[in-house]
Design a protein around this ligand. Structure first.
Ligand SMILES: [Zn+2]
Length: 369
């Protein structure tokens, strides 16, 4: 009998200014907390938070995040958490700060609260944390065993970040439905516990993610570029954070992320955000799975309108050689790559040819409206 499983954070709260309520959410978890906060917010947020947490009866120690989710950084935060006898660990910042906070909490058996300051990663809601080397090379994924207790998403903070992050988050969220479908069709396991078949609910969340992107993505990008907070921006923050986060964890990733990971063997791609590379990976996945041309056209026009990369040249790979693409195909075919949930016969050549073809199709001029 196949078992199906679903998981997610206990609570998700989003809106302008919710960071000020942190104490109210933290107090029920215990009266001592460790707060791992991105350096950019050390002076901007910490002083107000210190007094707000004290007023809520929570004694908090603050650690300034060093910038990399590395073993050394995690050890430093674990030591600080132990010294503070922290009942909860709060992460405030981008994906790497949140991952460090989650793995720290796992290490000391504490509860987890995430406060993302950009809407461009799937870290805030998930039970997974990624570890990198001190100079930023991917090392491994840590399964933290539990999802965050509370996810606090302050849309005021997020709309103040450069709109490029929101667009990159949409590139990452664009992969959620297509990759969920790969996993359903290949009957692959999700990332809940040791892996289950996905639930109807998990798959419907991935579908809703896609619908919201197509409906509100362009209007949200225009508003966010101008620093405006509209219902479309709020919907996209939710799609990028809650829907994409639950969708990927409950259904699984596939070729868009697999090709993203493999492309990192080519140095020029290191200058792009995760979601930007995943957006191009989506186009490659649609070619690899030979989906209907209308699907490719929809994803292509969406990425173009958000300024996301759609060709190898857009990723700094205008001079890529056949040997380079073979190296990418080889990296993608490694057993540890997530591409193997693609419901198609895979080979180094099939992957290299899909990448080159996606770029070629996207290089043709946009059709007249
Ligand atoms: Zn991703």
């Amino acid at each position: 009998m196949t078992q199906r499983g679903y998981g997610g954070p206990l609570r998700y709260v989003q809106g302008p200014g919710v960071t000020a309520d942190l104490g109210r959410y933290l107090a029920p978890l215990g009266d001592k907390a460790l707060v791992v906060i991105d350096g950019f917010f050390w002076d901007r947020l910490r002083p107000d938070l210190e007094s707000a947490l004290a007023a809520a009866g929570v004694a908090a120690d603050f650690v300034r995040f060093g910038g990399e989710s590395s073993d050394a950084e995690i050890e430093r935060c674990v030591a600080a958490g132990r010294a503070a006898s922290a009942a909860s660990v709060v992460g405030i910042g981008g994906g790497k700060a949140l991952d460090t906070a989650k793995i720290t909490a796992f290490g000391i058996g504490a509860r987890i609260v995430t406060v993302p300051t950009i809407a461009s990663t799937d870290s805030p809601t998930s039970s997974l944390g990624v570890v990198y080397s001190p100079d930023g090379v991917y090392d491994r994924v840590v399964r933290c065993g539990r999802n965050p207790d509370v996810v606090l998403v302050d849309s005021d903070l997020i709309v103040k970040a450069p709109a490029r992050f929101l667009a990159a988050g949409m590139g990452d969220a664009l992969s959620t439905f297509y990759e969920a479908r790969s996993n359903i069709e290949s009957r692959s396991n999700n990332y809940i516990g040791d892996g289950y078949a996905s639930t109807v609910g998990g798959y419907q969340i991935a579908r809703a993610c896609h619908e919201v992107l197509m409906r509100d993505g362009r209007a949200a990008y225009a508003a966010a570029k101008d620093g405006r907070l509209t219902p479309a921006v709020e919907n996209i923050i939710e799609a990028n954070t809650l829907l994409s986060g639950l969708g990927f964890e409950n259904c699984g990733v596939s070729g868009a992320h697999g090709i993203h990971d493999a492309l990192t063997v080519l140095e020029p791609t290191h200058h792009f955000l995760h979601g930007e590379k995943v957006a191009f990976g989506v186009l490659c996945l649609l070619v690899l799975e030979n989906r209907p041309p209308a699907e490719f056209a929809e994803a292509l026009s969406f990425c173009r309108d958000l300024g996301l990369p759609t060709t190898l040249a857009d990723l700094g790979l205008q001079t890529v050689s056949a040997a380079d693409l073979t190296r990418v195909g080889e990296a993608a075919m490694l057993p540890t790559n997530v591409i193997h949930s693609v419901p198609a016969k895979l080979s180094v050549r099939a992957i290299a040819d899909a990448i080159a073809t996606a770029s070629l199709l996207a290089s043709r001029p946009a059709p007249a409206p």
